[in-house]
Design a protein around this ligand. Sequence first.
Ligand code: ADP
Ligand code: MG
Length: 249
Amino acid sequence: MTATNTAPPMIRMASVDKYFGSLHVLREIDLEVPKGQVVVVLGPSGSGKSTLCRAINRLEPINTGVIEVDGKPLPDEGRELAELRAEVGMVFQSFNLFAHKTILENVMLAPVKVRKQPAAEARKAAQQLLERVGIASQADKYPAQLSGGQQQRAAIARALAMRPKVMLFDEPTSALDPEMVQEVLDVMTSLAADGMTMLVVTHEMGFARKAAHRVLFMSDGEVVEDSTPESFFTAPKTTRAKDFLGKIL
Ligand code: ADP
Ligand code: MG
């Protein structure tokens, strides 16, 4: 008998609902993301994209349904939750670096504090990560001394320092000046090429076409299309997706 692939999906959501008061922001979400898949999430403002990301990292608790990362249900609190947050790296529109720490210290911090990694080891790993995202020469500067693109690359290095299994990106280039967008997308594209499982909320259609294996289109808290970039961009199935593409392309 040939070996069957029994690996669980890296992310699994089943019948997930989320409300803010009476506002139903995630509606019956069913989603499986296999290991190594790059998923771009598109949709109009307010459609639930950020809430979806935040739910996977448990920054937002859900009301009903199940979310699993690498076969394990999300923990509610405590040490397990800290461990989950380490496994699921998140990069936001605002870089959220610690202003009073150098770039190198920002990247070293969580491995030392959460993972109890020896400082010398964490420093070496941080230097390698800064090299990987192309800002090794900025290691001893403070966040405010860097450009937006460099700060966002530092934020990616900081998330990678925990050796996450999944990376979530919520509009990582939306706050950047146009000339800095590409350098951040290049880092993300190289991560994707290395096999990282990624969920990326972005309006960068070039990235979606080039790096994504799959496009989800959300509208009013629902995933209304789930297809390849090729078929989504050339032949969207729903009127809502057609309207959306008409506005952004
Ligand atoms: P998107 O990222 O697609 O723009 P969000 O996930 O941020 O959408 O928001 C989905 C809906 O939930 C929106 O109607 C938004 O106003 C609402 N919402 C988001 N966060 C909160 C919150 N903390 N409290 C109340 N409503 C919220
Ligand atoms: Mg959002």
